[in-house]
Design a protein around this ligand. Structure first.
Ligand SMILES: Cc1cc2nc3c(=O)[nH]c(=O)nc-3n(C[C@H](O)[C@H](O)[C@H](O)COP(=O)(O)O)c2cc1C
Length: 186
């Protein structure tokens, strides 16, 4: 339905980035099914003021706008690369600048990328509890993708696509689909 806004945030500063590609892929599918207007960001978009900001008021306009968009979104896709078995510190610092009440009840698709499969539970052991703190609605299916799920920074694995389809389907608990045929096909 028109009027709902989905924001994607990738906790990566690399370009090109598998994490940003994954976040965009999920956001595009969600937009096709629910008619969201979508914006996606990575840590480059947040910019250099993040690293030195002790408080939200220390952010420059560029970074403040990203946080404003995150907290005003109707739904979020949050993707993080796996660094040392968890999310990167700079990504956590961005989330640390969000007030506890600002994500309460928000539907959030959690996703991560990693070099291999060994840290696939990073989504369950790191990302889900982080957004549990905020009392957000992390959707039941979490998405983890490793290097071999991508070809040239695009999602290329059938298994991963299926999992993305599953979690996007779970948004139906919060938003009406734009095409009833999509719901009937499930
Ligand atoms: C500092 C650093 C630490 C990493 N640690 C892990 C790790 O613990 N487990 C893992 O599977 N991949 C690890 N990786 C690989 C990245 O998670 C992986 O390449 C990721 O997809 C990069 O995302 P990007 O393309 O969005 O930057 C690490 C990479 C870097 C640079």
């Amino acid at each position: 339905m028109a009027g709902f806004k989905l924001v994607g945030i990738a906790g990566s500063f690399n370009r090109p980035s598998k994490t940003l590609a994954l976040v965009r892929h999920i956001a595009d599918l969600a937009s096709a099914q629910y008619g969201f207007s979508t914006t996606t960001y990575d840590l480059h978009d947040v910019g250099p003021s993040l690293g030195s900001a002790l408080w939200r008021k220390d952010l420059d306009d560029q970074a403040a706008k990203v946080i404003d968009d995150i907290v005003r979104a109707d739904a979020l896709v949050v993707g993080s690369p796996t660094y040392k078995g968890s999310y990167p510190g700079l990504f956590k610092h961005l989330i640390d600048l969000v007030e506890p009440h600002e994500l309460r009840g928000k539907p959030i698709i959690i996703a991560a990328t990693g070099g291999g499969d060994r840290h696939a539970l990073m989504v369950e052991h790191q990302l889900r509890p982080l957004f549990g703190f905020f009392m957000a609605h992390t959707l039941p299916t979490a998405v983890y993708a490793s290097d071999r799920d991508f070809s040239d920074y695009a999602v290329s694995s059938e298994q991963l696509s299926k999992r993305i389809g599953d979690v996007v389907g779970e948004l139906a608990a919060f938003f009406p689909r734009i095409s009833p045929a999509l719901a009937a096909a499930e």
